[in-house]
Structures are given as C-alpha cells and as structure tokens.
Write a protein that binds this ligand. Structure first.
Ligand SMILES: NC(=O)c1ccc[n+]([C@@H]2O[C@H](COP(=O)([O-])OP(=O)(O)OC[C@H]3O[C@@H](n4cnc5c(N)ncnc54)[C@H](OP(=O)(O)O)[C@@H]3O)[C@@H](O)[C@H]2O)c1
Length: 244
C-alpha cells in the first residue's frame, strides 16, 4: 500500500486490558485507532485519553460484537469516515468458567457467541473492504487455552481453538489479495480477566515464573500489523512465558 496514507485500525474490546495496550501500541505507530467497547465507557475514554497524551489519534466506537447489525454499521461508519480500514484486531472476549458437567447452556452459548459469532460478524464486512483495497492485517486474539485446553474452560477453549481454525483457513483464502490473517495466543496476562484466579498457584506452572503484561501481547500484535510482517500469514504466535 501507499505508506504515505495514515493507516486505520479497529480494535475490539479496547476499554481495558490487552485491547487497551494494543490500541496504544498501534496509535504509537502513527495509526488512527477506532476503540471498540461494549459497556465500559469510562475505561474506553481512559484509553483514548492515554492515546491523546501520546499525541496519537483515535475515536471511540461503541458496539456489541454479538450483534451483526451493529458490526455492519460500525464497519460502514469507519469506511465512510476514513475511506479505508487497514487493520482489524478481534480482541473482545469474555470467560464464564464451569466444570463441563455443571456447565449450563447460557455459559456455553455466550462464550461461543462473543468469540466465534463476534469474529464472523465483524471480520466478514472488513474482509470485503480489504479485498477492494488489496491490503489488510487481521489479528485474532486466541489463547493458550485454545491450543492445549484448560480444565473448567471447555466453552472458552472451544471458542479459542475455533479462532485458530478460522485464522488458518481465512489466511489461505485471502493471502493473494495482500491480506494477512494471524492469531496471537496469550498465556496468563495481568488483566481483569484473570481476577479471582489463584495467581500464586498459576505462577508456579509458568516457566517464566510470572504473568505476562498486556504490553507484551500488544508488541507482538504491533509487529504483525507492520509492513515488515507481510510474509507472516496463517500463524499462531504464543505469548505465554514458556507455558506451552
Ligand atoms: N488476560 C488473559 O490472561 C488472557 C489470556 C489469553 C487470551 N486472552 C484474550 O485476550 C482478549 C482480551 O482479554 P483481556 O484479558 O484484556 O480481557 P478484559 O480485561 O476482561 O477486557 C475484555 C474486553 O472485551 C470487551 N468485550 C467483551 N464482550 C464484548 C462484546 N460483546 N462486544 C464488544 N466488546 C466486548 C470488554 O468491553 P467492556 O469493557 O465495555 O465490557 C473489554 O474491553 C480476550 O479475547 C481474551 O479471551 C486473555
């Protein structure tokens, strides 16, 4: 692509945690960032304030990735405003852990809905635009749980493994259009998502002896978004302190 044009990115779940760190990393690279969130208005504003403080540029974009109409409208809005969409980071996520024998249907459905239907709802209209542009970077945030499975997280592990399959298949479909599709699979990262877990016990299982920082995940996403990563496609990059 013409690198004199300021690139545009859409990051889902950018109100806190890993999504916030990704948004700040991409804004630092001079990219205009649309910060999606679902409900945490204050968190999203804090992310945007951080970006402005770094002299970056961005805008809030509230929608729910489980709602197809909202996703279609959001992509149309971005393209109307900016004329293009270069980078999509599918980061929004939830967990609802139960032993499988105790797992009720809503816990199964909401986790799959957020991760898998969320991927479909947003990525499909974005891909159509990226094919027209003949350029794009799609990064899907999976998890170590999707690579090796995690007890108490059959729903979450299923969703995150599905994201890896989607990443590999879509990369093969659209590589010839100048679009890369990769997944990043974090291990345990210090965010709200791990609140309530037995972190002291978890640390003992991590060869690095500590949890990761959101910025360490963001750095890998930033690399995958770069021009230099154009031949990295259909891959799953672990950021897990040697966990797997
Ligand atoms: N933390 C970890 O150890 C870890 C490990 C592996 C993978 N991951 C993955 O990394 C991603 C980010 O996790 P995190 O730890 O940063 O989580 P987090 O701190 O709980 O943040 C989750 C984000 O997702 C957003 N979100 C949730 N449901 C949404 C929906 N339906 N529509 C739009 N946004 C929605 C939330 O928005 P609101 O704030 O507005 O609700 C929030 O911004 C997730 O996909 C997670 O599965 C995390």
């Amino acid at each position: 692509m013409n690198t004199s044009i300021q690139q545009t990115a859409l990051i889902t779940g950018a109100s806190r945690g890993i999504g916030r760190a990704i948004a700040k990393n991409l804004a630092d690279r001079g990219i205009f960032v649309y910060l999606n969130f679902r409900s945490d208005d204050t968190g999203a504003r804090n992310t945007l304030n951080d970006i402005h403080y770094q002299n970056g540029h961005g805008e809030l974009l509230r929608f729910d990735v489980t709602r197809q109409n909202q996703c279609n409208d959001a992509v149309a809005f971005v393209i109307k405003q900016r004329g293009r969409l270069d980078i999509l980071v599918n980061n929004a996520g939830i967990r609802d852990d139960h032993l499988f024998a105790m797992m009720k249907k809503p816990a199964w459905e909401t986790v799959l809905d957020t991760h898998l239907n969320g991927f479909y709802h947003l990525t499909r209209p974005v891909v159509r635009q990226m094919i027209k542009q003949r350029f794009g970077r799609i990064i899907n945030i999976s998890s170590a749980a999707g690579q090796v499975g995690n007890a108490g997280q059959v729903n979450y592990s299923t969703a995150k493994a599905g994201i890896i399959g989607a990443t590999r298949a879509l990369a093969k479909e659209i590589a010839s259009r100048g679009i890369t599709v990769n997944a990043v699979a974090p291990g345990f990262i210090h965010t709200d998502m791990v609140a309530g877990l037995d972190l002291e016990n978890i640390k003992k299982q991590i060869p690095a002896g500590r949890l990761g920082h959101p910025e360490e995940v963001a750095h890998v996403v930033g690399f995958l978004c770069s021009e230099q990563a154009g031949y990295v496609n259909g891959q799953v990059l672990g950021v897990n302190g040697g966990l797997i």
